[in-house]
Design a protein around this ligand. Structure first.
Ligand code: NI
Length: 150
């Protein structure tokens, strides 16, 4: 396991669209393990692979004891609206309000390549929406309002 460098907002890789994972081997597992370690150290709730320089459709979520991995994720259903404050490990010390869906249903693959689906709500849904945006080269700042630097 090793921590990886988190790329900051001016880096072009954060603006690129990620590609689907096709290789479910130890190389992928190492990346996922490293992403967990990186997120633990940084103290965040979510991390997308392009934030550590890998242009692949992968993100992880750490919230309320859950440690989830989403590979080639797709949001297939989204309902409700909620405004909440977000930040991003790639945009240190910046926070803003973002309107997101309150409930999302995601279909993704696990590290073995098996498909699963999950219905997530509230902060979990917000994290999944934020991280899914990363995979499309978008940052929360693109849609945030009342942006503040602290
Ligand atoms: Ni982020």
């Amino acid at each position: 396991m090793a921590q990886r460098n988190i790329f900051l907002q001016h880096e072009p890789i954060l603006r690129k669209v990620c590609k689907d994972v096709t290789d479910f081997s130890e190389h992928l597992w190492q990346l996922l393990d490293d992403m967990h370690e990186t997120l633990d150290f940084a103290g965040g709730v979510g991390l997308a692979a392009n934030q550590v320089g890998i242009l692949q459709n992968i993100f992880i979520l750490h919230n309320e004891g859950k440690r989830l991995e989403f590979i080639n994720p797709k949001i297939i259903r989204a309902e409700g609206e909620a405004i909440g404050i977000e930040g991003c490990l790639s945009c240190p010390n910046e926070y803003g309000k973002v309107k997101r869906h309150q409930t999302v249903e995601v279909v993704a693959l696990d590290r073995q390549g098996s498909e699963f689906s999950l219905v997530l709500q509230d902060l979990d849904a917000r994290i999944v929406s934020h991280e899914t945006d990363h995979l499309f080269g978008k940052l929360f700042k693109d849609i945030a309002f009342d942006l503040q630097k602290v």
